[in-house]
Design a binder for this molecule. Structure first.
Ligand SMILES: Nc1nc2c(c(=O)[nH]1)N[C@H]1C(S)=C(S)[C@@H](COP(=O)(O)OP(=O)(O)OC[C@H]3O[C@@H](n4cnc5c(=O)[nH]c(N)nc54)[C@H](O)[C@@H]3O)O[C@H]1N2
Ligand SMILES: Nc1nc2c(c(=O)[nH]1)N[C@H]1C(S)=C(S)[C@@H](COP(=O)(O)OP(=O)(O)OC[C@H]3O[C@@H](n4cnc5c(=O)[nH]c(N)nc54)[C@H](O)[C@@H]3O)O[C@H]1N2
Ligand SMILES: [Mo]
Length: 756
């Protein structure tokens, strides 16, 4: 079995400097403009940047943060510009490239190298036993897929993955095709991302989405940013935080790491961002122990229900809209506050300060991302934070609410469109409109799909975007599982690891990206996306496609549907007109009435959000649920550390833009591990040493990631951090969150083995 490569080209030049204490100023702009110029050239680069997030332009593929109603002419950030440069690059991967580079060679290249080769340009096929991809016609490619799918003993022997850049239209047609084929095997990147948020919020407030708008952020009194690094991953959020701050909001960051973006922000779109020292953002930073947020919020909620000031709990809201207060209050009161606080590793005064702010702020917003969702007790943690907001009556009024900050630019929309491994709530409407009996059996999620491929129970894998092999946990196990498939198909824009750790037969189907014109005959088509706050709007690319052979995701899915299912359950040809697809969506998915007319409005429209709009909750009782959650501390054996995996400033998930992580002071290399100085000293290690990271799983198995440079870093004692996806080899497939089955990528027990 081959291990993930260790030959990142920059490793010999790796250098480490001081971490930054502010984000996004002139160096940010300069860095992104350099990437744009290198990948696209100056003229095309600037024309493209000017269309990001404009009403008649395209939705930035960089993240799901919403656009303001009156976007400035430069409504993008440094990392959005990098995402665009990565897609709109002038470099090309051609048939000649594959002729020159056998798969056995590509396997040893780094993720960075693979991505740097440029855009995929034509369909490619790897025959069984072959070491090269060779060109194939679109027709032959679709026929191969149709023949394979029709030949399986059961539709459940195929899995259909989706990554969150896929448009609403492509996602809707895809899930329709998959369900008509007969399975709910629709794993998606959400399973590794905000699934825990969806499960927790669905249970507590009856909708698996957040409850705030951008205007709410601006109007809040207190904003908690928990387990999220917006300076790198949602830079445009800093603009909203800055606006809130100028109106007097306080900001609290809860994060093991002192992330640069939360300390201070230099807004490159304002003169003061360029000349001044920037806006300090976080009023308080709580350097919490990894995995201890549940303990913190239990402590806070215990204070709320035992506070001598009766106004600490908003009884009017709780009595009017919530179930479960008495049980919650009783169970919280029984907890030992000292024990909870000790588990967080926080100083009492700092935690007490945050408690006071929570108790006295009328309008609170809690924002979070992967620092909460990728833990074993992720669902319980998010439910406990929901308790905090419910106890304070901070849901369903302006300036307040829950804000899971989504990652991929349309990951929320894909879920709304039915990309989920269970029948969606509107399955009967789907069945009625298209006249077929959809499967009711629970399908496979991401971890389930890997296990099924490894067992030989899934033979065909189709990926609509994404990079399953590198994004999923336990890289070696996942790659071996993929290689066992009889056929793997990747609908992609760029070369990645999933193309080279592939099935016995494999297809690469190159598609249009966000920035590109989607033309059919004389008509320019557009697709739609839903942002993190439930706004649905159009996105239109204007660049010429990277190659004349590219097809849109919708067209690829339509053709797979026709090759597999013939002329049912829809007229696949007619769906070339995306307005037709939107009419189907309007008829089936709640909230999309009059879809075509409403999406024609600049800025799009907001989906209904009952907790936000009217304090109504789609639970059995129609009331929000206060939940009782028990904290189970993570047991870290002596001498071991808890590893969390993070994104550097120069990557988008498995796409590596460059080898720097400027804000954390790391240059020209990625195989680094950030460790507390005392933990280093206790192990006889020093900054600059090299180690293997070895993960220890409770079944006795071990996983090794070779040769990482140690960096002494202000992470709380007992924890360490390394980059995703290099560290994914260390995440055991069985290590998943209770209730959401999300891999626990932020809590792996490891030891460091010194290399001499
Ligand atoms: N430029 C860029 N933008 C992106 C992405 C990208 O890769 N690059 N990815 C997109 C995607 S898909 C997503 S999901 C988002 C991800 O956005 P983030 O969630 O911000 O991404 P991570 O790098 O995983 O950062 C997790 C943060 O949680 C902290 N953390 C880790 N463990 C804990 C813990 O136990 N408790 C607390 N309180 N904090 C913890 C880490 O220190 C880190 O600051 O970003 C999206 N946007
Ligand atoms: N250890 C660890 N693992 C993690 C995480 C972590 O924090 N730590 N984070 C998890 C999270 S939050 C997520 S969301 C997943 C991400 O998992 P994925 O979504 O599967 O991975 P990406 O790296 O975003 O996918 C990149 C590929 O998408 C393709 N692509 C780009 N644009 C388009 C497009 O417009 N259309 C199509 N069809 N393809 C396109 C390109 O070929 C590119 O190589 O990873 C998860 N894995
Ligand atoms: Mo994500």
């Amino acid at each position: 079995m081959k291990s993930a490569p260790t030959n990142d080209p920059g490793d010999e030049q790796l250098s480490v400097g001081k971490p930054k204490s502010w984000a996004a100023g002139i160096p940010g702009v300069a860095a992104s403009l350099r990437q744009v110029r290198d990948q696209m050239g100056v003229r095309k680069g600037f024309r493209t940047l000017l269309r990001i997030n404009q009403p008649d332009g395209f939705d930035c593929p960089g993240c799901a943060w919403p656009e303001p109603h009156d976007p400035s002419h430069l409504e993008f950030c440094e990392n959005g510009a990098k995402a665009v440069a990565e897609e709109a690059t002038a470099r090309r991967v051609t048939a000649e490239f594959f002729a020159a580079h056998p798969i056995s060679e590509l396997v040893d290249r780094s993720d960075y190298w693979l991505g740097q080769q440029g855009r995929l340009t034509e369909p490619m096929y790897r025959p069984a036993g072959g070491d090269h991809y060779q060109p194939i016609s679109w027709t032959d490619a679709f026929n191969r897929i149709g023949t394979s799918l029709r030949g399986l003993d059961s539709p459940d022997r195929a899995a259909f993955y989706t990554s969150g850049r896929t448009s609403n239209e492509a996602a809707f047609v895809y899930q329709l095709m998959v369900r008509a084929y007969g399975t709910n095997n629709l794993p998606d990147c959400s399973n590794m991302c905000h699934e825990s948020s969806g499960v927790a919020l669905g249970h507590a407030i009856g909708i698996g989405k957040g409850t705030v708008t951008l205007e709410d952020i601006h109007a809040a009194d207190l904003i908690l940013v928990i387990g999220q690094n917006p300076g790198t991953n949602h830079p445009r959020m800093l603009t909203a935080l800055e606006a809130a701050k100028r109106r007097g909001a306080a900001i609290v960051s809860v994060n093991p790491l002192p992330e640069a973006g939360l300390q201070a922000f230099r807004n490159p779109q304002h003169i003061r961002g360029i000349v001044a020292r920037g806006t300090p953002l976080a009023d308080v930073h709580l350097p919490i122990a990894v995995g201890a947020d549940l303990a913190l919020f239990l402590w806070i909620n215990r204070q709320l229900v035992t506070d001598t000031d009766p106004a600490a709990v908003d009884r009017e809201f709780v009595d009017g809209f919530c179930d479960g207060f008495d049980q919650l209050a009783a169970s919280l009161t029984a907890l030992d506050p000292a024990e909870l606080l000790a588990a967080t590793g926080l100083d009492e005064p700092a935690a007490a300060d945050v408690y006071k702010r929570i108790r006295s702020s009328p309008r609170i917003i809690a924002c979070w991302a992967m620092g909460l969702t990728q833990h074993r007790q992720a669902v319980a943690t998010i439910q406990e934070i929901t308790n905090t907001l419910l106890l304070r009556g901070s849901i369903g009024k302006p300036g307040a609410g829950l804000c899971p900050v989504r990652g991929h630019s349309n990951v929320q929309g894909d879920r709304t469109m039915g990309i989920v491994e269970r029948p969606p709530a509107w399955i009967d409407a789907l069945a009625a409109r298209f006249g077929f009996e959809p499967p009711s059996r629970h399908g496979l999620d991401t971890v389930g799909a890997i296990e099924a491929m490894a067992r030989g129970d899934v033979e065909v894998f189709i990926g609509l975007g994404g990079n399953f092999v590198a994004a999923a946990p336990d890289t070696d196990v996942t790659a071996a599982a993929m290689e066992q498939c009889s056929l793997t198909v990747q609908v992609s824009t760029k070369l990645n690891r999933s193309h080279v750790r592939c099935g016995r037969e494999a297809l690469i189907l190159p598609c249009l990206g966000r920035t590109e014109r989607d033309r059919q005959g004389e008509i320019d088509r557009f697709v739609t996306v839903e942002d993190s706050m439930g706004i649905v709007h159009a996105t239109r690319g204007r660049n010429d496609p990277a190659s004349k052979h590219l097809r849109s995701e919708v067209d690829i899915v339509r053709s797979i549907g026709a090759a597999t299912l013939g002329s049912s359950p829809i007229d696949w040809g007619a769906a070339a007109d995306y307005n037709t697809i939107r009419d189907h969506i309007a008829a089936v998915v709640p909230g999309f009435d009059d879809f075509n007319a409403r999406v024609a409005e600049p800025g799009g429209f907001a989906l209904p959000n009952p907790p936000r709009d009217s304090r109504t909750f789609a639970t059995e009782t129609g009331r929000a649920r206060l939940t009782v959650n028990d904290f189970e501390p993570i047991v870290v054996p002596p001498g071991r550390l808890l590893l969390q995996t993070v994104r550097s400033h120069d990557q988008f998930n498995t796409t590596i833009y460059g080898l720097d992580d400027r804000y954390r002071g790391v240059y020209q290399g990625r195989r680094v591990v950030f460790v507390n100085a005392d933990d280093l000293a206790a192990r006889g290690l020093a900054d600059g040493d090299h180690v293997d990271i070895v993960s220890e799983w409770h079944d006795g198995s071990e996983r090794r990631a070779a040769r990482f440079r140690v960096i002494a870093y202000p992470t709380p004692p007992g924890s360490c951090a390394a980059y995703f996806p290099e560290a994914n080899v260390l995440v055991p497939l069985g290590s998943i969150a209770d209730g959401s089955r999300t891999p626990t990528s932020k809590a792996i027990v490891v030891r460091l083995e010194r290399l001499t």
